[in-house]
Design a protein around this ligand. Structure first.
Ligand code: AMP
Length: 276
């Protein structure tokens, strides 16, 4: 329901086919896919309902940077979270439209109206939607190339969003009974990342874990992050960040240790895992 290409039903079926026993659905800034995913859950597969919240942090040098926060097993009706997700979805649409208009004004083969019409009705818009439009227009051959040339955080068409201050998001997730895990904290290829000190501060603010095993983390990065997490007593998760055809990583390429999974589930009291 955001920037992946599978529907929620296709996602859970793909997870089962890949041999997973647990999968999380974590659309950007929406829980609109939960119901469909539960309805389509193949037998034997457990679903963790979650979302990936768009947040802003300082990098450690005072500069604002975008960070993503994975929220698992929270109450999707918690008022503060509902309102903030709604605001972010509006913000995402407006930002995408501004980016599309700028690209069209520069002569790129983008029709802003067509892009806006292609967005998921109840979902969250993201740069991959623009990237796909550029692929379909034949200007680039992959979504990654569109990011490298036009849409990356250093690219000429990148625009910031007014995201949620990350400590506020951690508090909102806790109030909704969920568990907060910092997504791919050191994915350097995507732009500036948070310093160690910031992760220390977030741990003090109630962060439960960090995503260590992620396609954008190389082995050295994983090792350093695992060490920091151990010092801070943070859970360390693994996930593929599967986006269907929008990214080359297959579903199930990265996984979370079962013991860590059990600890994560034990911390949540907003929603329970659903077993198919
Ligand atoms: P946005 O939420 O609009 O800022 O876009 C972020 C989304 O773009 C996330 O789903 C990322 O996984 C995806 N993304 C970021 N960099 C790349 C890239 N180089 N190739 C493909 N997808 C990317």
């Amino acid at each position: 329901m955001s920037d992946g290409t599978d529907t929620p039903s296709e996602l859970v079926r793909a997870a089962a086919s890949a041999g997973l026993d647990v999968v999380a659905i974590t659309d950007h800034d929406t829980t609109a896919g939960w119901e469909e995913a539960v309805g389509a859950l193949p037998s034997g597969l457990t679903l963790i309902r979650g979302a990936e919240l768009s947040c802003v942090s300082t990098a450690g040098n005072g500069r604002p940077i975008s960070v993503h926060l994975l929220a698992y097993l929270f109450d999707p009706q918690a008022p503060a979270l509902v309102e903030e997700q709604r605001r972010l979805r509006v913000e995402r649409r407006e930002r995408l439209q501004r980016m599309a208009v700028r690209m069209a004004a520069d002569g790129l083969p983008i029709d802003p109206d067509e892009v806006m019409a292609s967005l998921p009705a109840d979902g969250a818009a993201g740069r991959p939607h623009l990237a796909r439009a550029l692929v379909e227009a034949g200007l680039v051959s992959t979504v990654s190339e569109a990011f490298d040339k036009y849409l990356g955080s250093g690219g000429s068409y990148y625009l910031r969003r007014a995201d949620t201050p990350v400590k506020r998001a951690i508090a909102m997730i806790a109030d909704a009974g969920g568990v907060a895990v910092l997504a791919h904290p050191w994915a350097y290829s995507r732009g500036p990342t948070v310093a160690d000190d910031v992760i220390v501060e977030l741990a003090e603010a109630g962060l439960s874990g960090v995503e260590v095993d992620h396609p954008d983390h190389d082995p050295g990065t994983r090792e350093r992050l695992r060490k920091l997490a151990a010092e801070l007593d943070l859970l360390t998760t693994g996930s593929s960040d599967y986006h269907g055809a929008n990214k080359p990583t297959p579903i199930g390429a990265e996984t979370t240790d079962p013991e860590v999974y059990e600890r994560l589930v034990a911390r949540a009291n907003g929603r329970t895992p659903v077993r198919g």
